[in-house]
Design a protein around this ligand. Structure first.
Ligand code: DAH
Length: 347
């Protein structure tokens, strides 16, 4: 009897469960689709005697509604389960991956500190070209024509002059070229520091590199004396290396200064007692300096009878090595993050 079949199907549908989309689709095909069991029963309605047809029809409609509402409920609950799977995919108990901010390169830290100290003493900052002519790098700075620094072993030449005239184009070997450019275009007083990159034809090792950095200092005015140079360096050493620091000047020679001196500062590792870093002398060398040679002033169009000046030059790598005890120069250019991260909190 059709009515019994309806009852049977109702129980079946009420008990039905689905676990996934495939089972949901099977449910739809079995009960609701055009070829499904419920539709099949509707087709049999025409064989029912007319007086019962209405009642059976009603039963069938209820069965159809039941199947459809079950289908709706199943598909909603499957969708919700899928959503919560996505939420559960995030494990909120996992530790957070730290957001690394990067750090300032040690050479930049030291260069900024040098600039800051000199700026507070009234110096401004100047820059000059890295590709330079012989005149600015050597001749104007009073280097004799046969000075060994001009030789191929030190200098990277970009273009070597052919004739007698020295008009070579080269990579600057020091920042002293900026002194010349500055004096050429500006009348005294001049008080400037000049940081920059320099190049020398050296084999790369732990103690030497073909690219490194210097800071040049220049003060030209009336009555600038050696005492001014000493005071400036003394103040610089205390600011850079600590209040206890003392300086020592040793006579030296540079073509562009007369007299010339090399500057040592109390070894700040052993505080002057003697250690490996200062080779047990208690002193470490930090700069070259001297009174600007009158020839250099004249080469730049400055009257050496009216004006005098001092100049100084120091290696940024050298000072960074001393301050942070970096033993291998190559570390500065290799960009190994393990090395760079050591400076995250330095200032
Ligand atoms: N230019 C020199 C060098 O590269 C360093 C230097 C020494 C610069 C004495 C100066 C100075 O201004 O007065 O070795």
């Amino acid at each position: 009897m059709i009515i019994d079949r309806v009852k049977e199907l109702r129980t079946e549908i009420e008990k039905h469960t689905v676990q996934n989309k495939e089972q949901l689709e099977s449910f739809r095909l079995k009960y609701i689709s055009k070829k499904g069991l419920v539709t099949e029963l509707f087709d049999q309605l025409k064989n029912i005697e007319p007086e019962n047809r209405r009642a059976v029809g009603q039963e069938l409609n209820e069965l159809k509604n039941l199947a459809q509402s079950k289908f709706q409920a199943f598909s909603t609950s499957l969708e919700q389960a899928a959503e919560s799977d996505v939420t559960n995919a995030f494990d909120l108990t996992l530790p957070v991956v730290p957001n690394l901010n990067g750090s300032i390169h040690p050479l930049t830290i030291v260069r900024s500190k040098i600039i800051e100290i000199f700026e507070r003493m009234g110096f401004n900052v100047s820059y000059g070209p890295e590709i330079e002519t012989d005149w600015y790098n050597f001749s104007a700075l009073n280097f004799a024509d046969n000075h060994p620094a001009r030789e191929m072993q030190d200098t990277f030449f970009v273009e070597k002059s052919k004739g007698e005239v020295k008009d070579d184009v080269l990579l600057r070997t020091h920042t002293s070229n900026v002194q010349v450019r500055l004096m050429e275009r500006q009348k005294p007083p001049i008080r400037s520091i000049m940081p920059g990159r320099v190049f020398r034809n050296e084999a790369i090792s732990a103690r030497a590199h073909c690219v490194f950095h210097q800071v040049e200092g220049l003060y030209v005015d009336k009555n600038v004396s050696f005492k001014d140079l000493k005071d400036t360096l003394y103040h610089f050493a205390k600011e850079m290396f600590g209040k206890e620091s003392k300086i020592r000047l040793r006579p030296s020679y540079f073509p562009f200064t007369e007299p010339s001196a090399e500057i040592d500062v109390t070894c700040f590792i052993c505080k002057g007692k003697g250690c490996n870093i200062c080779k047990h002398s208690g002193w470490v060398e930090i700069a070259g300096s001297g009174m600007v040679d009158p020839n250099v002033l004249e080469n730049c169009g400055i009257d050496s009878k009216v004006y005098s000046g001092y100049a100084l030059g120091m290696g940024i790598e050298r000072i960074t090595n001393l301050k942070y005890q970096v033993k291998d120069l190559r570390m500065f250019s290799e960009n190994d993050v393990r090395f760079l991260r050591e400076f995250e909190s330095a200032n």
